[in-house]
Ligand binder design. Structure first.
Ligand code: C5P
Length: 396
């Protein structure tokens, strides 16, 4: 990678101290960091320590005439390969979403057409507040890449989403955003994980998918430079950093989200979508009856997301499906490719004795219009990298 320059905007939140570690790690990787501190950030970290770690002047004042003479604020943001806001406070996110430009940080963010990444960090209630969620949706719609936040204990003593993503994850996302991979400029959608189909407010029907393979695929596509929309059911493994995460619960919600994200260049449907949902899921918890009468569940078929997007009007150029089978794997998978209308099917045997579901390794066969291509047994991360490289070739 050529030497890259990140304009790092540090906003005023308790997580600001982690920006110091981030600066050190980015510089260790040969990335130049130009730091900007908001006024509030200077209450949490000193310009002197930021300047020392970044080996750079710290910018903080919009009306610093010397800097305007040396380097105008337009030039400051244009000379960067990426603008990163770490931490992104609720206030700065609101300003960004509204297009305010009343200090150096917000002005730089408005005066740029360089990619922007934010790592939000705030109290869980502030994060969950509809205003913040509205601003977040606006920023995602504007093409801002969002890393985290994650669940965890917070400085304020509460627990939940709002804790800033870990610094190594932010570094990984920044490195991916700076990579000139073969998928730069391409948008790829990945579905992953199981779906949960409610029976009542506390019970649901699910399957044993861990989301590991879909998560690895999203990370591998990201590493090749793709902009990844990751639509995930409730998985066991956390989503990768540096992708846009869209959490859903049910098959219907997954389909709605997927359709709202089209058009994309390619779609990889790795989710283990429940085939059926319970008709008329109860609004209250179903109670045991004193006479011992057993409840009866009636099922309806769920929409098929893979078939819907393969046959729909906004069809991605490349649609990849999975076929998890326990017998006659190739025959079933080949028939599935024809029936659903996708381009490739990645088939695997998920019989319990293979240990594939929930395990680290996978043995797959990729079926396309030319026939079946068996791959050796390998870690799921390697399956993901090989599949991502194949996708990059197909989209080239
Ligand atoms: O029919 P089956 O579930 O075996 O097909 C597997 C493939 O279809 C996977 O790619 C899965 O993500 C996708 N699928 C889907 N929507 C469904 C069922 C399966 O997208 N309702």
């Amino acid at each position: 990678m050529d030497a890259k320059n990140v304009l790092l905007i540090i906003a005023g939140g308790i997580a600001a101290f982690k920006a110091l570690d981030l600066i050190r790690r980015l510089r260790d990787r040969g990335i130049t960091v130009t730091p900007v501190l908001t006024k509030a950030a200077q209450e949490f970290v000193t310009p002197l320590s930021v300047s020392a770690l970044a080996a750079s002047k710290v910018y903080s004042d919009l009306f610093d005439l010397t800097d305007e003479a040396e380097m105008g604020h337009i030039e400051l943001s244009r000379s960067a390969d990426l603008l990163c806001v770490v931490p992104a406070t609720a206030d700065l996110m609101a300003k960004m979403a509204q297009g305010h430009a009343d200090d150096l940080a917000s002005t730089l963010l408005l005066a740029t057409d360089t990619p922007v990444m934010i790592a939000p960090a705030m109290n869980v209630r502030m994060w969950d507040h509809p205003a913040t969620q509205r601003n977040l949706a606006t920023l995602v719609g504007d093409g801002v890449q969002v890393v985290g936040p994650v669940d965890g204990p917070m400085a304020c003593g509460e627990f939940g989403p709002g804790r800033m993503a870990d610094v190594p994850d932010i570094v990984a996302a920044i490195e991916a955003a700076l990579t000139d991979g073969p998928l730069v400029g391409k948008r790829v959608l990945v579905t992953s994980g199981p779906t949960h189909e409610p029976i009542d407010p506390v019970r649901y029907i699910a399957n044993r998918s861990s989301g590991a393979q879909g998560t690895a695929i999203a990370a591998a596509l990201r590493d090749l430079g793709a902009e990844v929309d990751f639509v995930t059911g409730p998985a066991d493994v956390p989503p990768p950093a540096g992708v846009t995460v869209h959490p859903v619960q049910t098959a219907q919600a997954m389909l709605d989200k997927v359709q709202s994200l089209l058009p994309v260049d390619a779609a990889v449907c790795a989710a283990a979508v429940a085939d059926w949902r319970v008709v008329g899921a109860a609004d209250e918890k179903i109670k045991k009856d004193s006479k011992g009468t057993l409840p009866t569940l009636t099922f309806a078929e769920n929409p098929d997301i893979l078939a819907t997007i393969s046959q729909g009007k906004n069809r991605p150029r490349l649609v990849v499906g999975f076929a998890a089978e326990t017998e006659n794997v190739l025959d079933h998978a080949t028939a599935k490719r024809d029936r659903k209308g996708c381009d490739w099917i990645v088939a695997n045997d998920v019989s319990p004795e293979t240990g594939i579901m929930g395990g680290d390794r996978n043995t797959v066969t990729v079926i396309d219009e030319n026939g079946a291509e068996p791959w050796d047994d390998m870690p799921k991360a390697d399956v993901a990298r090989r599949l991502a490289a194949r996708i990059a070739d197909a989209l080239a």
